[in-house]
Design a binder for this molecule. Structure first.
Ligand code: FRU
Length: 472
């Protein structure tokens, strides 16, 4: 076998014999000018959902969906990286390699739960048959030395009558001494009996020991649920339950749900006794192009969230051996039941140099910066023939546009995204190579999206003065 090739690309799991190839891919990725510095991104290959997020044994642990051998959605592994400060991350060994028969089609998403000094990793063992998928949920346990052992067989290995085989993404948590697991899935209402369902559902299981699980029922959710719900997670924020869901099959509205798949949050009360979520408010989470499948978890002192910096199967304009990454770690709070989020202070503190601005344009030669605008002005970023825009329009409409980029991205889902704000207070734009996060009014609305431009850029405004601060 040639050292720089693998058999059955996309279907192959990591094995010792691929180590040299893997090192080569990583060395190539390190040469890219688009790889972010402050965001978690793959050393090689494609990264998708954040999994198993935890503050455990004095460190933050981030696991993630990963195909290590190329920028494509191949066989899913769990990667693993750790950090003491949410800024410097150190890559760990593969956490889960899909080398068992029961997970032959990949180790899909799930979460982590600390129990008796160990970290329990719950995941979906993806298992396809000729007649569709058989839903299997599996478990691996990580000890304090970082050794991960898979339990020899799935802890749940059958489906539920009336639901499709796409039942996945376990999220385990504890309430009053009982363990609960949420799973995302789809229910059949029409004639079809294979593939996804017609109506998204959240399934509830319970357990007293984390290994034996009993099916409880479906959670009543008084909101549209698409044809399938993915990646549930729930945390308490300011005394309320906040449930995060990633629905597939939402119809686009004027200003919401323009990405291939949507991401929503629900604020209210998770009533486990009556199997329902009492919703006080719900909305789309992010107004950008590249956000999906976030996971909330309890950090060292407060609930935090990471999202996948990507969505579905997107066309990328660069031919490199890596794709996607995760958003900044974000803290969350509620105001009037609206979820606000903002990068954790550890990220903000990385920007130590400061330059006040009161000018029509500013030149940037850094690839990582933060621009805070305190007056409402539309801006263009890049060069006259290669720029993206942030536009403030009448009636509080805020738009981002990728129409004028030289490297256009995933055009089939449109080149602009818009949202609405009631007043303008300030806007914070974080640029980290190809990763951009824009926070309007300190986290009232967030746009997460990628652009692939040269490092040197000019930021200019056609309709006013850039007033605010530039941080490096
Ligand atoms: C969401 C998702 C999950 C699944 C994983 C597979 O992006 O489709 O539902 O577990 O990705 O990589």
């Amino acid at each position: 076998m040639k050292k720089n090739s693998i058999e059955n690309h996309k279907e192959t799991f990591y094995q010792e014999k691929y180590e040299e190839l893997f090192q080569e891919l990583k060395a190539n990725v390190r040469k890219s000018t688009y790889v972010p510095e402050l965001h978690i991104s793959p050393e090689a290959g494609l990264m998708n959902d954040p999994n198993g997020l935890a503050y455990f044994n004095g460190k933050y642990h981030v696991f993630f969906q990963w195909y290590p051998f190329g920028a494509t959605h191949g066989l899913k592994h769990w990667g693993h990286t750790t950090s003491e400060n949410l800024v410097q991350w150190s890559e760990q060994e593969f956490a889960l390699i899909p080398d068992q028969e029961y997970e032959k089609n990949g180790c899909y998403s799930g979460n982590a739960f600390e129990y008796k000094g160990e970290l329990y990793l719950f995941y979906t063992a993806n298992y396809k048959t000729e007649h569709g998928k058989i839903p299997k949920q599996a478990i691996a346990v990580m000890n304090k030395a970082g050794e991960i052992k898979k339990f020899p067989e799935p802890i749940i290995s059958e489906g539920i009558e009336g639901l499709s085989g796409e039942l996945r993404d376990p999220f385990v948590f504890e309430r009053e001494g009982t363990f609960y697991m949420l799973l995302g899935g789809g229910m059949f209402e029409g004639a079809a009996r294979s593939g996804f369902g017609d109506k998204g559902v959240i399934v509830l299981y319970q357990s007293s020991d984390l290994f034996d699980w009993e099916y409880v029922g479906l959670l009543d959710l008084p909101i549209p649920t698409g044809y399938m719900l993915e990646c549930p997670s729930v945390v308490q924020i300011d005394g309320k339950d906040v449930l995060f869901l990633s629905p597939m099959g939402y119809e686009a509205e004027e200003k919401r749900f323009h990405n291939r798949f949507a991401t929503i949050y629900l604020v209210g009360h998770l009533d486990l006794e009556h199997l329902r979520f009492e919703v006080e408010h719900w909305d789309e989470m992010d107004a950008g192009f590249d956000f999906y499948a976030p996971q909330a978890f309890m950090g060292k002192n407060e609930p935090l969230l990471f999202g996948w910096f990507g969505c579905g199967e997107q066309e990328q304009p660069i031919q490199e051996n890596w794709q996607h990454g995760l958003t900044f770690p974000q803290k969350m709070w509620l105001e009037d039941n609206r979820l606000k989020r903002y990068p954790v202070s550890e990220i903000i503190e990385q920007f130590t140099e400061k330059k006040e601005m009161n000018t029509q344009e500013v030149r940037i030669d850094q690839a990582v910066y933060r621009l805070q605008l305190t007056a409402q002005t539309s801006i263009k970023v890049g060069k006259p023939d290669d720029y993206w825009e942030l536009l403030f329009r009448p009636q509080g409409e805020v738009t981002i546009s990728r129409e004028h980029l030289a490297k256009t991205i995933d055009e089939s889902y449109g080149m602009t995204r818009s949202t609405t704000i009631s007043t303008f207070d300030c806007v914070d734009i974080f640029v980290d190579h190809s990763f951009i996060e824009i926070y309007i009014n300190n986290g009232e609305r967030v746009f997460s999206f990628n652009v692939y431009q040269k490092k040197e850029a000019t930021i200019w405004s056609n309709d006013g003065i850039l007033e605010g601060t530039l941080y490096f």
